[in-house]
Design a binder for this molecule. Structure first.
Ligand code: AHR
Length: 354
């Protein structure tokens, strides 16, 4: 059906163009191609650091097949320079459209302007770039980063940090009664990525802690971030950093907030090694809602996971087809997500897709 739809769209755009109803090809802002053949998409993925990322990659690859889009996929292995190189090569290959996940927020202006000069539309997937609020910007204002890319598809990372803090405020006093202050250890994601900056800020905002401070106490005095370090979104580093936290402050940690489930799962082992009980002595909150987190919640070693949807492939392909056939797309296609904890994990687990 989708393939048929793509063909019909292409034909209708061509017919409109031939009748003078399409946009004039001379318009420099016109990035449409009026596709009459298979769309070619260059896709720069950041790597395979987590269960979430693998699910995202699989979703993109499967959707490209389903939409009959030729995908030139490049894995940057967490290096921005590899992404820049890949995107430059996509431009040289004259792909129809470029999709990419910016590993960090900064350093994209020049390459995105090269894409614009080449009249290739760009879709930011999952992570965003600095200075962008992912809303349509004043056309022509090239100082506004929102004008450097065409569309954004992904989550509100700041809101995920808010949701994690809110879950903690709603649940931790019941799980660990009788305490006047709760000490929090935080495992941050890749420093400088929008997933790290957003979750870091959102968590603090909800607690009333200045968003530039790594450590600090909530405005009501009940929650204190005592430790905060990056674990780069991986299980191995989550485990290592938590091991160090347990050595320095193990006895006083009440809550672990991990910017993703993989680091939370890595940390569970370090907590057990140190002789404390994960999910009971230390309340563990992650982000992503991957299957591994559901298994840990069902086993009782993890308490909550804030969903961040990695199944973005269909939206990416749908947006690409729309852009290339002259249809309007929203600047930001926001993901719909839920929160999970030990109360609803077992029921939700069988229907989880990642
Ligand atoms: O950018 C999304 C984040 O990147 C996910 O939360 C994390 O697991 C991934 O590696």
């Amino acid at each position: 059906m989708k393939k048929l739809l793509v063909c019909l769209l292409a034909v209708s755009v061509l017919v409109l163009g031939a009748c003078g109803g399409g946009k004039p090809k001379a318009d420099p802002n016109d990035l449409t191609r009026g596709m009459d053949r298979k769309i070619v998409m260059g896709y720069s993925q950041i790597g395979a650091e987590s269960e979430w990322r693998t699910a995202c990659t699989n979703s993109v690859k499967a959707a490209a097949e389903e939409w009959n889009i030729e995908l030139i996929f490049s894995d940057a292995q967490q290096k921005q320079e590899n992404q820049l190189q890949a995107i430059r090569s996509f431009i040289q290959q004259k792909v129809d459209i470029i999709a990419f996940t910016p590993v960090v927020e900064t350093g994209w202006e020049a390459i995105l302007k090269e894409c614009l000069d080449a009249k290739i539309p760009t879709i930011c997937v999952d992570r965003s770039i600095q200075g962008s609020d992912r809303q349509a910007a004043n056309p022509g204002d090239m100082n506004d980063p929102d004008n450097w890319f065409t569309a954004f598809i992904g989550s509100d990372m700041e809101q995920e940090g808010n949701r994690a803090a809110q879950w903690m405020i709603n649940n931790v006093p019941n799980l660990l009664p009788g305490k006047s202050v709760y000490n929090i250890a935080e495992l941050q994601g890749t420093v400088g990525s929008s997933a790290q900056t957003g979750r870091f800020k959102g968590f603090r905002d909800t607690l009333g802690i200045p968003s530039a401070d790594a450590t600090g106490t909530s405005s009501d005095g009940k929650y204190k971030i005592i430790l905060s370090q990056t674990g780069n979104f991986t299980r191995a580093e989550g485990n290592q950093v938590m091991e160090a936290f347990m050595k320095s402050d193990g006895a006083s940690i009440d809550v672990l907030f991990a910017h993703n489930d993989d680091m939370a799962i890595g940390a569970i082992g370090a907590i057990q090694e140190a002789g404390r009980v994960p999910g009971k002595d230390i309340v563990i909150i992650g982000i992503d809602a991957v299957k591994g987190a559901f298994e840990a919640m069902i086993a009782g070693t993890m308490n909550a996971s804030i969903e961040c949807n990695p199944l973005l492939g269909p939206q990416v392909m749908d947006t690409a087809v729309k852009l290339l056939t002259g249809q309007t797309v929203p600047k930001w296609v926001v993901s719909q997500e839920s929160d999970y904890d030990q109360a609803n994990a077992a029921e939700a687990y069988p229907s989880r897709q990642y």
